[in-house]
Ligand binder design. Structure first.
Ligand code: NAD
Length: 325
């Protein structure tokens, strides 16, 4: 079976490619290298001992995309390509509407033209905003508080619409919470995403600079923001289960998180234990668009996909630091 990963040389896409290559699937990756390096292709092939077909392209031209899908007889698209920095999305909102929403529309149009009818889409917890009670369920309020979240919500709606218009079109939307950790080889680490906690921390450790904690005045037990961190392997296994589910069933939205919230200080304490020393930190002002507490209910994915997160916070921190320690 031929599977396409858009954004497949990025952090999550590269881990997904290695996992999918364990099966008999042929993996195709389309990436414009705007947030990744071509070296990742070699690293994926080294780890999997298999070849992938790499297509350097972006998603703006549906006619080209349609040709790629047809020529390579793609069965299912994992759509991960996009821009992901919440903070940046405030000062470059159009980059987000364009790269995430408009280009998802172009991909959908290409899928329609080429009669490719299965998509697994990488959405985000940011579609929920701040109105929901924690332990957020998939049918919670959808009121994003940043342009990134809006761009993801628009993409979700476009995908859902396509399934209404075309009965044989199937989707699974995965709303990721906060993925952390890397493949133990260190070959799939993510050096470019400084907006995310772990790449940011690793960079600060390398540069011997203090780690910046955004906000200590949140209404939480220790004043720092609480998030639902999910180990990269658990996130990837949710994709593999989704692929199996998609063949037999139709159209689902799943939260992918552990259902537990940890504060930034709790995360740092765990890193301290793993490193056996104290990380230097500095408190700075809150970032715009960062809610105080977000964690999900994962009951739906547990029930329907029989999926379980297998890794705890200590595992996540160990995996995250593998490359440098
Ligand atoms: P990433 O930036 O590491 O990977 C995205 C990849 O997509 C990069 O390789 C980039 O070069 C490519 N890309 C971007 N725009 C493209 C375009 N127009 N055409 C072709 N390729 C393009 O990001 P990631 O952390 O791997 O995230 C993957 C997906 O998951 C994204 O859609 C992101 O919004 C979503 N997500 C990520 C997180 C997270 O914390 N990492 C959380 C929630 C959701």
């Amino acid at each position: 079976m031929n599977l396409l990963i858009t954004g497949g040389l990025g952090y999550i896409g590269a881990h997904l490619a290695v996992e999918l290559l364990k099966s008999n699937a042929n993996v195709f990756i389309l990436d414009d290298l705007s947030n990744s390096k071509i070296q990742k292709k070699k690293n994926i092939e080294k780890l999997s001992k298999k070849k992938i077909k790499f297509i350097k392209n972006d998603l703006s031209n549906y006619k080209i995309l349609s040709k790629i899908l047809k020529k390579n007889k793609i069965h299912t698209v994992f759509h991960l390509a996009g821009s992901k920095a919440v903070n940046e999305s405030f000062f470059k909102p159009y980059k987000y509407y364009l790269n995430n929403s408009f280009k998802t529309m172009q991909l959908l149009r290409a899928m329609h033209e080429s009669d490719v009818n299965n998509i697994i889409f990488s959405s985000s917890a940011t579609v929920y905003g701040v109105k929901n009670k924690n332990g957020i369920k998939e049918d919670g309020y959808l009121e994003p508080i940043n342009p990134y979240g809006t761009s993801k919500l628009i993409s979700e709606k476009l995908i859902i619409d396509q399934s209404k218009i075309k009965k044989k079109f199937n989707y699974i939307i995965l709303r990721y919470f906060n993925p952390i950790g890397y493949h133990p080889s260190g070959l799939l680490s993510d050096d470019k995403s400084n907006d995310n906690l772990v790449p940011n921390l690793i960079n600060k450790l390398r540069l011997k600079k203090p780690f910046l904690i955004y906000g200590r005045d949140y209404d939480t037990k220790d004043g720092t923001a609480i998030r639902d961190y999910i180990h990269i392997n658990d996130l990837i296994s949710a994709h593999v289960s989704s692929l199996k589910y998609l063949y037999k069933n139709k159209n689902e939205i799943f939260n992918v998180g552990t259902g537990k919230g940890y504060s930034v200080l709790e995360i740092l304490k765990t890193f301290d234990k793993v490193l056996n020393r104290k990380i230097t930190k500095k408190f700075v002002k809150r970032r715009k668009g960062d809610p105080a507490i977000i964690y999900c209910s994962n009951l739906r994915i547990k029930k329907k996909l029989n999926w379980r997160p297998m890794h705890n916070l200590k595992d996540m921190c160990k995996y995250a630091l593998n490359k440098i320690y």
